[in-house]
Structure formats: structure tokens, C-alpha cells
Design a protein around this ligand. Structure first.
Ligand code: GLU
Length: 294
């Protein structure tokens, strides 16, 4: 693995099921952008939330990536094995007064948390409790590589958000920030459904004195019903037998020049890397699946 590379990207699937067309597009986009930039591409399995996961999904995902010739560098990082690192980050935030316990129930809490437990004296918060990050910065802005300048008023848009859940599971927001830094990720390439998580992650990285990566959010794939493809909307797993076509569809969806004549998967991937043009990715938040060019 070339850790001196100026570009370290990653694909970070949650193993709620095998890859469907939408998650394959995420793998393809992050892989192609890393390889086009002579970068490293890492695989992180975000197995943080056992009740929502399928035990067989990590092995299926690995098999699907291999069948599609999307080969990662180095060892796979499993978030289930990273609990000590998340605990250490939470301890640091608690010690510096940047996080606090919260026993509010979901039922009595609006989407943007009003800070009810913020200033409760230590020991007066009931158990079980979650932990929230104190959000005090008014503005967060980034230059997204596709969507251009983005700006949020974090306190208003997100509020004090959860970093460890009441059920004792660490929240995605904390784990992703700790692990992007641990893996020295320089470029986060992911679907625009995660755009709204980005300001919180940038803020949290700042609180932990961790570097902030570059961001590129590509449009998410919508199914026939207009919802994002996901296991919940019964998106079909991509078949390893159709790997060549699946890759061509993914590239078409991402606005790329598709190597139509390539029939051998290795050649197809090489040509796609050579052709990869990040500026051709549609500057939209979502695109319907039927536009994928099948
Ligand atoms: N694990 C997240 C998902 O599968 C993606 C995390 C990320 O790319 O930041 O939706």
C-alpha cells in the first residue's frame, strides 16, 4: 500500500446487505477517483450496528467487489473492532466539556435537539443515556468537488447531535470521523444522501483536532418509487455474473465515457480509470435509476 500517496480514498459500506446498484456506484466512484489520482483505495466495513446488519453481508460485499475487479489496498478495517478508539475519542470530548450525557427520549425530542440536557449537573442525568456533542460553531462551509460551495448553520441545521447512542452503540458520526483520520483519508467520495452529515463530521473532526478531508458527493440512485435504493426499498443485489454490464451501467450513471466495446473486466476497469473525469459527474443530488443507460 502506498501510504505516501497524496490521495487516500475509501469505500465504507454498512453491511446491512449485499451491494445493490446504488452501493456499487459508490464503490465505483470512490475507486475510480482514487486510481485516476494514483491514490490508495481502502475498504472499511462499517459494522457498527449489529441489529441492522446481516451476518453474511461483509463476505458477500467482499466477493462482489472482487468480482467487479474493484481491488482495495491493504487490510480491511472493521469498525466492530474499533470500539477502544471510539471510547477514547468520547472520553477526550467529555473531559474537555465538549460532549454531555442525555437521557431525553426520542419521543420528546425534535429533530434538531434543543439542548435540554446540556447544562444538567453531572450525576443528574438518568440511565441509560446517550452522549451528544455540544455544537457551538455557527457556520461550516466546504467546497464540494462536484456540488461546489456548501454552507450550513450547524446549530440550526443539526444541533447537538448524538455521538454514542442510548443502546451503547457508537454513532456513525463519531466512528466515521475517528476512522477517516485513523486511515489518513484525504478524499471522501460518497453519495449526496450523506451531504447533510458532512458539516457535523467536519465540526467533530475540529473538536478532536483531526484533519478534515476533501469531499465529493455524487448523485444517489433513485429506484422506481423515487426513493433511494436501499435494502429497505428491496433493492436487488448486483450479480457477479453481470459484472461487466454492472460496471458499464455505473459508469454511465456517473456521466462517464463508457468503454462499450470492452468485454474483459480487467480491461474495462483500466479503460474506465484512464477515462475517469470527475467533472462529468452530474451536479445533482439524485438521479433515477432508469437513466443509468441500461
Ligand atoms: N457506511 C455508510 C453507508 O453505507 C457510508 C459512510 C460514508 O461514506 O461516510 O451509507
Amino acid at each position: 500500500m502506498n501510504l505516501t500517496s497524496n490521495y487516500i480514498g475509501r469505500f465504507a459500506p454498512s453491511p446491512s446487505g449485499p451491494l445493490h446498484f446504488g452501493s456499487l456506484v459508490a464503490a465505483v466512484a470512490s475507486f475510480m477517483d482514487a486510481r485516476r489520482n494514483d491514490g490508495t483505495w481502502l475498504l472499511r466495513i462499517e459494522d457498527l450496528d449489529p441489529p441492522r446488519e446481516s451476518i453474511s453481508a461483509p463476505a458477500r460485499i467482499i466477493d462482489q467487489l472482487n468480482a467487479h475487479h474493484l481491488h482495495w489496498d491493504g487490510d480491511i478495517l472493521y469498525q466492530s473492532l474499533r470500539q477502544d478508539a471510539y471510547s477514547a475519542a468520547l472520553d477526550r470530548l467529555m473531559q474537555s466539556g465538549l460532549a454531555y450525557p442525555c437521557d431525553c427520549t426520542r419521543k420528546n425530542t425534535p429533530a434538531v435537539y434543543p439542548g435540554t440536557c446540556r447544562d444538567k449537573p453531572p450525576g443528574t442525568v438518568g440511565k441509560p443515556h446517550a452522549f451528544r456533542l455540544r455544537v457551538d460553531t455557527p457556520m461550516i462551509s466546504i467546497e464540494d468537488h462536484i456540488l461546489g460551495p456548501q454552507q450550513w448553520q450547524l446549530g440550526k441545521d443539526m444541533g447537538d447531535f448524538i455521538i454514542k447512542r442510548k443502546d451503547a452503540l457508537f454513532a456513525y458520526q463519531l466512528a466515521v470521523v475517528v476512522d477517516d483520520a485513523f486511515q489518513h483519508i484525504t478524499h471522501v467520495v460518497r453519495g449526496a444522501d450523506l451531504l447533510e452529515s458532512t458539516p457535523g463530521q467536519i465540526y467533530l473532526a475540529g473538536r478532536l483536532n483531526l484533519p478534515v478531508p476533501h469531499y465529493l458527493h455524487f448523485p444517489v440512485v433513485l429506484g422506481d418509487s423515487g426513493d433511494k435504493l436501499s435494502k429497505q426499498t428491496h433493492a436487488a443485489p448486483v450479480s457477479n455474473h453481470d459484472a461487466v454490464n454492472n460496471l458499464k451501467h455505473s459508469l454511465g450513471f456517473l456521466g462517464q465515457q463508457v468503454p462499450h466495446r470492452a468485454t474483459e473486466i480487467g480491461k474495462l476497469v483500466d479503460e474506465a480509470i484512464a477515462n475517469w473525469n470527475v467533472n462529468a459527474i452530474p451536479k445533482r443530488l439524485a438521479i433515477a435509476q432508469f437513466l443509468r443507460g441500461s
